[in-house]
Design a protein around this ligand. Structure first.
Ligand SMILES: *Cc1c(COP(=O)(O)O)cnc(C)c1O
Length: 388
């Protein structure tokens, strides 16, 4: 069979989406929605309290603060910490990690990422001159937490995690992502491993910080309308919390399913020349928010050429994260030295379809298609590069 890029029939009759949200729809959930609507309490009420309690138990952390989304969570967290110096962020991350810093009026310092792990490279951080590190558990794989802690301590800075991808991941010591640093912020948007439609969670062992965050998500109003900090409306709705409460008991099964699909991908793709995988730190467990593959030169086509081939096959992919933050227009004024790891990652990484309910047969077909594209890479390269 010829690849679609050479005129063959597409591998899929219908577009294969990159991600489908994991949702639990059953009669209990629908009855719960009815009960919330009847109660007249439709935001930041009993369901949100229950969700915070259940997540705290699930993650083994003392405090969970539910918010309307992770971007708001990051904004409020940085605001509550009252930082007075630059914040180190990897350039290889999603837009929101950097935006939260700029919205707080703080300078951003971009760090490089390790091309093997795709997480922030601790050795690329300056020795001092920053007030916080905000590191991302890229694709759901935990950052090098011990090295980052040591660097933060030496600089007198706080260590924070953008854990948007990390729900369900574990650090090498077995603790859940959510339990390290001064605070971690999860996203519950539809592409994440646990979703409530829109939503976010801040976890922290610091009781005072948790108290402050609860005030911050209510405009900074402690209850007497004398606002004590520049907060926002960051409340989670009751329906969102209900979705979370009904999803949580199913989450371990979903995670297992994700891992088995990733294993299937890795087994099939390991033999394709030029493809390699994100290294997960020894002993750690990734949540596999994304399954992302590196396209090396032995593949015979660039990452973008492979993406074009897969588009023709009706297979959705994303170049997460290209462009990286330091090459985006909003960040044009941030002084940045060379970031070779970031450049390599943003040029070579491709995210393949993965969701809890993705059929194993679909994974097999994606892998077969990629292998076939590789086999025809010389002819495809000729065609693509001629028409450019
Ligand atoms: C999705 C995402 C966010 C933003 O989450 P929202 O809940 O959509 O605000 C932040 N950081 C990273 C790394 C993300 O992937």
């Amino acid at each position: 069979m010829r690849p679609a890029a050479l005129g063959g029939a597409p591998a899929f009759d219908e577009q294969l989406p990159l991600i489908r949200p994991s949702l639990a729809t059953d009669d209990d959930l629908l009855a719960g929605i009815g009960a919330v609507l009847d109660s007249g309490m439709i935001t930041n009420g009993a369901e949100v309290r229950r969700f915070e309690r259940l997540v705290a138990e699930f993650l083994g952390v003392p405090n969970v603060v539910a918010v309307s989304n992770a971007t708001t969570g990051l904004l409020l967290l940085l605001r509550c910490l009252d930082l007075n110096g630059p914040v180190v962020v990897p350039s290889f991350t999603f837009i929101a990690s950097g935006h939260a810093v700029l919205w707080n009026g703080l300078p951003v310092v971009f760090a490089d990422s390790d091309p093997r792990t795709a997480t922030i490279d601790p050795s690329s951080l300056p020795d001092n001159g920053f007030s916080a590190i905000l590191a991302t558990h890229t694709y759901g794989s935990p950052c090098a937490v011990d090295e980052l802690s040591a660097r933060a301590e030496r600089a007198g800075a706080v260590l924070l995690f953008d854990a948007a991808h990390g729900f369900g991941a574990r650090y090498p010591d077995g603790s859940q992502v959510g339990a390290k640093g001064l605070a971690e912020v999860f996203s519950l948007s539809p592409t994440k491993t646990l979703t409530t439609g829109e939503g976010g969670l801040i976890t922290t062992a610091d009781d005072d910080l948790a108290r402050q965050l609860r005030v911050a998500r209510e405009y900074g109003n402690p209850g007497n309308y004398d606002s004590v900090l520049l907060g926002l409306n960051g409340r989670m709705t009751e329906i969102a919390a209900l979705l979370g409460n009904s999803a949580l008991p199913r989450f371990p099964g979903w995670l297992e399913q994700r891992h088995s699909l990733v294993e299937r991908y890795v087994k099939s793709l390991a033999d394709v020349p030029g493809l390699s995988f994100q290294e997960i730190p020894a002993g750690a467990v990734s949540s596999y928010k994304d399954f992302t593959v590196r396209v090396g030169s032995d593949f015979g086509l660039t990452r973008d050429e492979l993406a074009a081939c897969l588009r023709a096959e009706r297979i959705s992919t994303r170049p997460y994260f290209d462009p990286p933050l330091h090459r985006q227009s909003v960040y044009a004024d941030v002084p940045t030295g060379p970031l070779p790891g970031t450049e390599e990652l943003s040029r070579t990484m491709i995210t393949l379809p993965l969701s809890t309910h993705l059929a194993a047969a679909a994974v097999d077909r994606v892998c077969d298609t990629i292998a076939r594209v590789h086999e025809h890479s010389a002819a495809i390269a000729q065609t693509l590069r001629r028409t450019e």
